[in-house]
Design a protein around this ligand. Structure first.
Ligand code: NAP
Length: 287
């Protein structure tokens, strides 16, 4: 058996195409969705992510601004900049690219973004609303994974979903969205004992760890759905996920590749959240 592929790239393209019409409708009513991205320092990977987000915005008609701040920027200056963006009516979404330099308190900075503009879905209010099952903005990567499950008409309700990783950005919100969709959810992490026994029981397995080949063929339940969030580099510099794709695909029913899986979906959902923020703002202004 060979698993069917969940093509995140194609699905992301569909989602982005769908946004073009929503942006056109906003434009026709005199609104242009806008995303402000703050990049602190000169980390090359972060610079690439930010550039890609800007290009993606451009393709669907979202205005984007990249604020490049020096790596030694004072926290008070960064907070002041976020304050200006919070107050700017042309800015519907604000994203601070992580990781931030060590002298900056990431949590304090994320909390300083108005939650109505937190299109990354990482503000405590958005995390809390997701926890309560009434999300306002969903964290982009887990949101993208849910869309991938939807795209293959996966039955989530009543299924056993296992999430590897418990970060605030991916693992925890992922588990909450699966729970809201009525899965029975297990969250595994670095202290989990006998990881294989958990993964082998998973109808839906989401790997969000950041360790190449962590998930091997023998760890996967036959015919299950395997979604690979991880992004790692092989010794040859090739982008890989957390899942041993070539071998796991002989067991799983569905599998998402890296690259071309979750990555493009994360950006598509960031754009979706930004358009939604602009639609909400337009709605408020017209009433
Ligand atoms: P993170 O904050 O480093 O969290 C990693 C999680 O994995 C932690 O909860 C950690 O457990 C857990 N873990 C570590 N070793 C483990 C093991 N052997 N077994 C089970 N769990 C283990 O990373 P993240 O931000 O969640 O990202 C995870 C991965 O997804 C990374 O590769 C990242 O690059 C990738 N990512 C991709 C996208 C995308 O768009 N494709 C978006 C976001 C992230 P503890 O909590 O116990 O330390």
């Amino acid at each position: 058996m060979t698993a069917r592929i969940i093509d995140g790239k194609a699905l992301a393209t569909d989602i982005r195409n769908g946004l073009v019409a929503r942006v056109a409708a906003l434009n026709a009513a005199g609104h242009r969705p806008g995303l402000a991205v703050i990049l602190v320092g000169d980390d090359p990977a972060s610079a690439v992510y930010v550039r890609n987000k800007g290009l993606a915005c451009e393709q669907v008609g979202i205005a984007s601004w990249i604020d490049r701040l020096p790596g030694d920027v004072a926290e008070v200056a960064l907070l002041a900049r976020i304050g200006q963006l919070n107050a700017d009516p042309d800015v519907h979404g604000i994203l601070v690219q992580t990781p931030l330099p060590k002298h900056l308190a990431s949590a304090r900075i994320l909390e300083s973004i108005a939650f109505e503009k937190d299109v990354d879905g990482l503000h405590a209010t958005n995390a809390g609303l997701t926890l309560m099952g009434t999300p306002y903005f969903r964290s982009c990567t887990p949101y993208g994974v849910m869309k991938m499950l939807e795209s293959i008409n996966a039955t989530v309700a009543g299924r056993h979903a296992v999430v590897l990783g418990r970060s605030n950005m991916v693992g925890k919100p992922m588990a909450m969205l699966l729970l809201a969709a009525n899965a029975t959810v297990t969250i595994a992490h670095s202290k989990t004992r006998d990881l294989d026994s958990h993964t082998r029981a998973a109808d839906i397995l989401v790997a969000a760890v950041g360790r190449r080949n962590l998930v091997t063929q023998d760890m996967v339940k036959p015919d299950s759905i395997v979604i690979d969030v991880g992004t790692n580099r092989s010794p040859e510099g090739k982008l890989t996920g957390d899942v041993d794709f070539e071998n796991v695909k002989t067991v799983a029913g569905w599998i998402s590749p890296v690259p071309g899986g979750v990555g493009p979906m994360t950006i598509a959902m960031l754009l979706t959240n930004t358009v939604e923020a602009a639609e909400r703002r337009a709605e408020i202004e017209t009433h």
